[in-house]
Design a protein around this ligand. Structure first.
Ligand code: PSU
Ligand code: MN
Length: 312
């Protein structure tokens, strides 16, 4: 009996991503869990397309990452983005889900952790998202797989910090223990997603893409490996007031507790509840910070080329 393996362990790259890489042009990875589980339809599709446009406008090539029919996909077309945005039951794929969805030939939206891992395998250095997972408030043993991925996988992640549905001090302690540098992009404080500050310090502040790229490159050049977290606050005009947020978070956490929501369902549940409670304001903030992060990531990806010497 012969046995044929049903999958490839190599990522499948969109032709535009291949072209950019062959020409040593910057590429920015984007995740798909925020499309399938983080934002409602049709805002999710509009945002996914908009983020790709923002990256192109900054002179880089976008590569939205997902798993489709068991293939690790880097760069999606519009129909594929639409499929992820519309489908109600797309699997949320983090590191532990990757072998399952690949072996079974399934579809999945990738979290920060799974997106980082696929991006690294494709040779992409910079990845933009909204917020990373972290240590959950009230459940200190629920630590997102995003954190260990940041410790081990060589990708720089640009985000607006983490939502204060998480335990931000514990999340930062975790990153410190595992040696992940946290770089404030134009800020001295770790931003709290919808709000610009958390009162918690970052490890260093940078004010230019080049300064960020120099630190990212040094981490890898020294052989330290692993990821770098670059945090940029939500643009001031779209930020939400801190007081109202705390109230919304307490309500969402209480609802999760009451309904016994745990594990991978917890983050999407809390995100949806907060969107409900705050109405349109939280969605507007979410979109604004995503666009801001995409633009910053594209500039950093270009600066990486300068530091490594492939772009003059
Ligand atoms: N935080 C957000 N929006 C999101 C997520 C986190 O503000 O969409 C998603 C990201 O894809 C992140 C994932 O990687 O949730 C973390 O899920 P968990 O906590 O189950 O690891
Ligand atoms: Mn979790």
């Amino acid at each position: 009996m012969t046995y044929t393996l049903k999958y490839s362990n190599r990522p499948v790259l969109h032709p535009q991503v291949v072209n950019a890489m062959t020409a040593n042009q910057p590429v920015v990875a984007l995740e798909s869990t925020l499309i399938a589980h983080g934002l409602p339809y049709p805002t999710n599709l509009e945002t996914a397309l908009r983020l790709e446009d923002v990256i192109r406008a900054e002179g880089a090539t976008p590569a939205t990452i997902a798993v489709l029919s068991g293939q690790l996909r880097v760069g999606l077309n519009k129909a594929e983005l639409e499929y992820l945005a519309r489908s109600k039951n797309i699997r949320k794929v983090s590191r532990r889900d990757l072998p399952i969805v690949v072996a079974q030939g399934g579809d999945g939206a990738t979290t920060v952790a799974a997106t980082m891992w696929i991006a690294a395998r494709a040779g992409i250095d910079v990845f933009a998202t909204g917020g990373i997972g972290g240590v959950h408030r009230g459940y200190p043993f629920d630590v997102s797989a995003d954190l260990p991925e940041l410790a081990r996988t060589e990708v720089a992640v640009v985000c607006a910090g983490a939502k204060s549905i998480l335990d931000l001090p514990r999340t930062l302690e975790w990153l410190e223990t595992w040696g992940v540098p946290v770089i404030g992009y134009g800020t001295d404080e770790f931003p709290a997603f919808y709000t610009r500050s958390s009162g918690l310090p970052v490890d260093v502040r940078v004010d230019t893409p080049l300064a960020a790229a120099e630190i990212i490159h040094a981490r890898w050049d020294l052989g330290l490996g692993g990821g770098v977290l670059i945090v940029a606050p939500v643009p001031a005009e779209a930020a939400l007031p801190a007081e109202g947020m705390e109230e919304a978070i307490t309500q969402a956490l209480a609802a999760a507790e009451e309904q016994g929501i745990r594990g991978k369902a917890l983050t999407p549940f809390l995100l949806a509840r907060i969107a409900e409670i705050t109405g349109g304001a939280s969605l507007r903030a979410n979109i604004a910070l995503l666009e801001n992060n995409a633009a910053i990531a594209a500039r950093i990806a270009r600066a990486m080329g300068q530091v490594i010497g492939v772009i003059k």
